[in-house]
Design a protein around this ligand. Sequence first.
Ligand SMILES: C[S@@+](CC[C@H](N)C(=O)[O-])C[C@H]1O[C@@H](n2cnc3c(N)ncnc32)[C@H](O)[C@@H]1O
Length: 364
Amino acid sequence: MLKYPAKSKFYILKKIIKNLSRYLPMHHKYNLIDTLKNVSNIIFSETASYGELQKVLSKWRESLELYHKLDMNLPEYNENVYLEEGKALATRWAALCIEDLIRTKRFVRAVKKAVDTVLGKQKGRPATIMYVGTGPFATLVLPLTQLFSPSELQLDLIEVNTESFKLLNNTIEIYGIQDYIRNCYCTDATQFRVENHDVDILLVECLQQALAREPQVKIVENLVPQLSDDLVLIPENITLSVALVNTKQQQSFVLNLDSKKTIEFYEIMDSVFSINKEVIQKNSIQYESPVYMFKDEQLREYNRISIFTEMKLYEDEVLTYNESGLTIPWDVTDFTSEAPVYGVRTRYVTGIDPQLEIKLIRTR
Ligand SMILES: C[S@@+](CC[C@H](N)C(=O)[O-])C[C@H]1O[C@@H](n2cnc3c(N)ncnc32)[C@H](O)[C@@H]1O
């Protein structure tokens, strides 16, 4: 039997560890890229199940956090950034957005369709996306690097949270996608002056349900007028509507397992606020709604006022009622026959706490 002196045993062990540690990050990197390929396959598959989407997106987030050696409990990843025009999410919560499954899938598909349209129109020139609010992982464009080459796709990335921005730069490095990045800014997009105006697609995802708290509206108001008229804005249109809800029927809807049985539990009154490229370009955003008065039968049938959010992302890619954290209804108030609400009037306000203000009309 071959025997090593103690010193050389130690030497061999050290060599093995050194080689392993060199191999492990490489191995992990291959896993990351394989995972991203799977993400892209599932998102663009017409047959993949909800379960498959859930599995692949959770794995993607976990693999990114592992690779970055992230401890999301650290205080720096838990601090929101408070801007003049709203709140920018802490890194931890921005990272978690990946797992808002239908949101992620529909947004990525919408962006791909918009890139295809732009490339179809301008042969020989790349489609340039300005992506605002990338979070740490640039979730909504990263899968596209598996489908397009840098000569087809160029990115201007904007993120205001410095911790997310640092991680964003690591993300670019670990995927080796530097050739896709035209510009990468750590700045507040509500104030940003555009340097390269030849942007084809403006993708902004800095919002919550009912366009509350985050600065989506102010960002698009600032950037759209600085870019070309035929810009594609994603989401193309976001609409807030006043809806009346019957909460008992809603309960039956939630518990209903019979897919053939339809349970109606709400009625959308009217849209009260919309943000899209056209209203910005025409300077005709309607911040205030008219007064909506409810009919007597509506007061009898329903007992809750909610704000519904709907989004047309691009062409047929939409997000509607409850499909995502962004379109969960925002419950305003419950009313009874003893304390009725006869109507509402709304006003969208921007500033440090953007939101839809609602005035309840309690007398006729
Ligand atoms: C809801 S998260 C979305 C993260 C990412 N888009 C995703 O899909 O996973 C919104 C991101 O926008 C960033 N943000 C918010 N306001 C911003 C602003 N005014 N300028 C630049 N980035 C902003 C936040 O810091 C946060 O990372």
